[in-house]
Ligand binder design. Structure first.
Ligand code: FEO
Length: 394
């Protein structure tokens, strides 16, 4: 196995999951990695572990560098099982090392694994010397769970923030400068589907880290590539995404039964393009919900279209709205359209869902009976044009 060294004495000892395609509801067509890090010093430290089925892969990587029983401390930055799943086994293998974690991390690990461990609870700003280096801890509640924390190696200027700044992508490369431009696309999808609801906390945390004077040369997240060449790039992207920075993008997200809603969607798209919007058409059953959410990150406007089924919206639209609600995208301007046979109801139900959650929805809406005729398609183009002007007006 190739040994991956981040800085002298700091190694990547994680695992590559080439085959995972669904990560608790998030599509991972390119797999992912579970990143763990080994620091060799007077005290040897393992930072995080890997998902349980990958324990042997991690152990093999550690064993290529040192005898695993020589590990003194394990830092558990996050309880979620993709990072703590191998903790009981590695603790057993080493023989009761000190497990450094946050207060909530201790509670979470005890509840998950129901076994005694030699815990050392740390708080923000607390530092533990390990020889030539000092590990400093920063609690980061809700990034991604209440227990989450960052580990910072001051002497090497390396930040190990667990889930923050990650991407789901399996590769034989480890560093972002080896990954090409695709890395930002994967980072954006990861942010949108995992961290978007926490945007205000992210801005606060970045501010706090700046005030603590934490200088960063490298960021080793717990998934995907390590930010080596330009760690500031991903920090800046997180700030912009959290601030809700958007361009001229407008999405048309729809489903269709007999092609009627799709015809309207395409006419609306034409209107959006005529007004200079960067418009994209996304059929819900042809695009995974997590990919649609990734597209929403930098969109200013979102038009939702559904046919009427049993006096309500199509079930796939209900699924999408439920998923979107949990991610709380801020600052988007919504518009609604659809089709119906007799009583209607899809547009009304979508409006109810959005307004309940305090999303900003255009009062004008468009619903067509059966199939749209030429006049109705012209109206749909105008509807798109008017929506674009409103959504892009500020
Ligand atoms: Fe990668 Fe919240 O776990």
């Amino acid at each position: 196995m190739e040994i991956v060294e981040l800085k002298k004495g700091i190694y990547w000892v994680g695992a590559i999951d080439w085959n995972v395609r669904d990560f608790h509801g998030y599509s991972t067509p390119f797999g992912t990695t579970y990143n763990a890090y080994l620091i060799l010093d007077e005290k040897n430290v393992l930072v995080d572990t890997v998902k349980a089925p990958f324990y042997s892969e991690m152990l093999e990587r550690i064993s290529e560098i040192i005898d695993p029983s020589k590990i003194d401390f394990i830092v558990s930055n996050h309880v979620e099982m993709d990072h703590s799943g191998s903790l009981p086994q590695i603790v057993e293998r080493i023989g009761n090392p000190m497990v450094i974690t946050s207060e909530r991390g201790k509670n979470g690990l005890e509840k998950h694994y129901q076994r005694a461990m030699n815990f050392k609870v740390v708080k923000t700003g607390e530092a533990i010397p390990i020889g030539q280096r000092t590990l400093t801890f920063v609690e980061a509640p809700m990034l991604h769970w209440p227990d989450s924390m960052f580990t910072y190696i001051k002497e090497d200027r390396v930040l190990l923030p667990n889930d923050a700044f990650g991407q789901h992508f399996a590769s034989c490369k480890r560093f972002e400068d080896e990954a090409g431009e695709e890395v930002m696309k994967h980072a954006a999808k990861y942010y949108a589907n995992i961290l978007w609801p926490l945007a205000p906390l992210i801005l606060k945390k970045v501010d706090e880290v700046v005030k603590m004077g934490i200088a960063i040369d490298m960021i080793g997240p717990s998934h995907g590539f390590i930010w080596r060449k330009d760690p500031n790039r991903i920090i800046q992207a997180y700030v912009e995404w959290s601030q809700g920075k958007v361009g001229r993008k407008i999405l048309v997200i729809y489903d269709t039964m007999w092609g009627s809603t799709e015809s309207i969607a395409k006419a609306i798209l034409k209107g959006l393009i005529e007004e200079g919007a960067e418009a994209r058409l996304l059929h819900i059953r042809s695009n995974h919900r997590s990919d649609i959410i990734a597209e929403m990150l930098e969109a200013k406007g979102v038009l939702l279209g559904s046919p009427t089924l049993n006096n309500g919206m199509f079930p796939t639209m209900g699924d999408f709205l439920t998923y979107m609600k949990g991610l709380r995208p801020k600052g988007k301007y919504f518009g609604l359209f659809g089709s119906h046979g007799w009583g209607g109801g899809a547009v009304k139900e979508m409006r109810k869902h959005l307004e309940q959650e305090k999303f900003e929805v255009w009062e004008k809406e468009l619903s067509v009976q059966y199939l749209p005729d030429q006049d109705e398609l012209k109206r749909a183009i105008q509807f798109g044009r008017e929506f674009a002007r409103k959504a892009l007006s500020d």
